[in-house]
Write a protein that binds this ligand. Sequence first.
Ligand code: PA5
Length: 430
Amino acid sequence: MALIKFDDARTAKYIDPSVKKECMELAGSAREVLRSGTGEGSDFLGWLRLPFDYDREEYSRIKAAARKIRSDSEVLVVIGIGGSYLGARAVIDALTEAFPKENSGTKVVFAGNSVSPVYLSSLVEFVKDRDFSVNVISKSGTTTEPAVTFRVFRKLLEDKYGEEGAARRIYATTDKARGALKSLADAKGYETFVIPDDVGGRFSVLTPVGLLPIAAAGIDTDSLIGGARAEAEFLDKAEGLQNPALQYAAVRNILYGSGRAVEILENYEPGLHFITEWWKQLFGESEGKQGKGIFPAGCDFTTDLHSMGQYIQEGPRIMFETVLTVEDPVKDVTLEATGDDLDGLNYLAGRTMDFVNKQAAEGTAMAHYDGDVPVLKISFDALTPECIGALLYFFEYSCGVSGYMLGVNPFNQPGVEAYKKNMFRLLGKP
Ligand code: PA5
């Protein structure tokens, strides 16, 4: 059974059924290229099998490290950028309380995803009088942002716990053999976890890159992997219109071909904000090359309806929307009647906030479709590890298919080096 559902009813006036049928066949062929490993970038298809084939011994070490961190650290500082942080951040934000109780466990915070002196100074202030550990994550082991940030936190840990004590609080996730971080970790005796050679950063959330911080946040990683596995099994077998990932890939390519060059991923749950950020990297870095690719944008609704709503409703018709829908909010608030009804809201008495949220989503989709914006919908049951695991895999799978349909190599990122060359020159790197 599919954990992730896809609905494109609100593209009917843009997509002729015969075109969709043709494009679904192309999506099926692209899936064959992906499955058979015969396309460009096939050295980086390790993510396809991650929910099934992973190093069990390493996974046990991840769980043990997470237990240790939860027992000896109030804070875990996760240092990484791009694919080396967005997946963990997305899952943790989606599955943990926005307002946790005092002393309710290790707080996972993120660093090294910018070079902001203000953010770094504030985080140093926040952790310095607390017990903390560090998970530094870098596949290349040489990325500037996490490397300089790690230097600061390593010193802080060594000053606080001594060199040996610090070494027991530093976990390095990196390449199995190469890079400055691997050499440093070996020299200092840090516990290390491996980023597989055949998994690119943006596809690495189900490797130790994501799993250690996610487990340290107290999230059930077995269920997360289980959800991804169930979705993988389903997507591998489902044919044609039964396959939501193929449909999503086909429909977005049809819309792109008709001039819709921007896709806005929208949510109605603030906890999904970083799922959008992760998705932006996944699709943007996979498809934006050779002068091609849909620009992935994101909005948090209803918040952004009060800032971006005007543009979407009446601006240039360059976009389509994909709405992420959580069917069951798990927690809810029921509105009560008041005797005076001074705010005029008694008509909602007995209704839940979820009801209000769902009507906002439906009203918005209707208005945007009427305003000439195609609206796709991706839904799942609830904010659970199973569903989030399935959602991550669903997007990765459709991204691989979609990239091949577009005619690009979805698994490289040659363009991200350009700014680094300039920065190194300006910094005077030898
Ligand atoms: O997807 C990618 O390749 C990038 O976003 C990288 O993950 C990011 O640049 C971090 O690289 P690294 O893990 O080598 O430090």
